[in-house]
Design a protein around this ligand. Structure first.
Ligand code: MTE
Length: 318
């Protein structure tokens, strides 16, 4: 993700392939220093007291019918190539910079147009429903994609328990604001904290995931620990990391990237090969680790959400 005015911060918003391969070779060559890069060394068994530890295994994960059977992207790529502006605008830096990020104690405030306004401990949320492995395609607006075995459960499990009022039409998600821990927040590159939003029916769709793990383990910090959302039919920036607040509202939330560059990033941001980004085509994508690009699918291939948008002009509502 880059702002138009920041286009000259790097030669391209998408890391050139050669450079990426060189960096990957570099990463592979420094496997011994893996701990510093967030590569797991040992896995520990999950228990409530260890869940806060990075790379702890999560017990009792069930398979999901929503999973794709496509080849899973290697863990090392998904955890060393991240968009996480709270830590850095460089995709290779969040792994190292988020290493000591504190994910406990952690609470999530549920408020706005909801019957049960409350502040919940993240571990209470995690235990609300059976964890599922959801192998989802995840498409970044910049043109790369990954296939990740996320662990979590449908966001609607939490929403139902909060009992939103009839007037609630949207849900807003806010990321932690902690510039002492998140060095990227000391720079006004975005209007912090990071905010995202969904229409209520989108948030209630069973595909919308509340995620707290990946590859059978607790989420690595750079991928959004301790709690994030994963909306597989939308561009990656809708999937806010490290959320601390879920607010129900009757007005469409102003999401961070829309605020930063309204002509480039909309509210809906459904993956759509027919609507180009003003500065590049969205027709194709490169799966991390692959050489040739593949066609991008409407709604990232999640056709079951199409009915949410029937009658809407998706060129206007991009
Ligand atoms: N959430 C926060 N809080 N800050 C961010 O910078 N980047 C978004 C999204 N969620 C971002 C965020 C973007 S642009 C993408 S593509 C995905 O996270 C990347 O998720 P990943 O690093 O786990 O692949």
């Amino acid at each position: 993700m880059l702002l138009k005015k920041a286009a000259d911060m790097g030669s391209s918003e998408i890391t050139p392939r050669g450079l990426y391969l060189n960096r990957r070779k570099f990463l592979a060559g420094t496997a011994i220093a893996g701990a510093a890069l967030g590569v797991p060394a040992v896995s520990r068994l999950f228990s409530p007291s260890t869940i806060a530890e990075a790379n702890a295994k999560i017990d009792g994960i069930q398979k999901s019918a929503f999973s794709t059977s496509e080849k899973i992207t290697p863990f090392k790529d998904v955890t060393n190539y991240n968009n996480y502006y709270e830590f850095s605008t460089d995709k290779y830096e969040p792994a190292g910079l988020a290493k000591d990020f504190k994910t406990r104690p952690w609470t999530v405030t549920i408020d706005g147009l909801v019957k049960k306004k409350q502040v919940l401990d993240v571990d209470t949320i995690i235990k609300m429903a059976t964890p599922e492995e959801r192998i989802y395609r995840h498409r970044c607006v910049e043109g790369w994609s990954i296939v990740v075995p996320w662990v979590g459960f449908s966001l609607n499990e939490l929403i139902k328990r909060a009992e939103p009022l009839g007037k609630a039409q949207f849900v807003e998600f806010t990321t932690l604001y902690a510039p002492n821990q998140m060095p990227g927040q000391r720079v006004p590159v975005l209007d912090w904290p990071y905010v995202e939003g969904l229409r209520m029916d989108e948030a209630m769709h069973p595909l919308a995931l509340l995620g707290f793990g990946m590859y059978g383990e607790v989420l690595p910090n750079q991928d959004g620990a301790p709690l994030r959302i994963v909306i597989p039919w939308k561009y990656g920036f809708k999937s806010a990391k490290a959320i601390v607040r879920i607010r129900f509202t009757d007005k469409q939330p102003v999401n961070t990237w829309n605020k930063a560059a309204p002509s480039e990033y909309g509210f809906y941001s459904n993956v759509n090969p027919h609507v180009d980004h003003p500065r590049w085509s969205q027709a194709r994508e490169r799966r991390l680790g692959e050489f040739l690009k593949r066609p991008t699918l409407m709604f990232n291939g999640y056709d079951q959400v199409a009915s949410l948008y029937s009658g809407m002009d998706l060129k206007k509502n991009f």
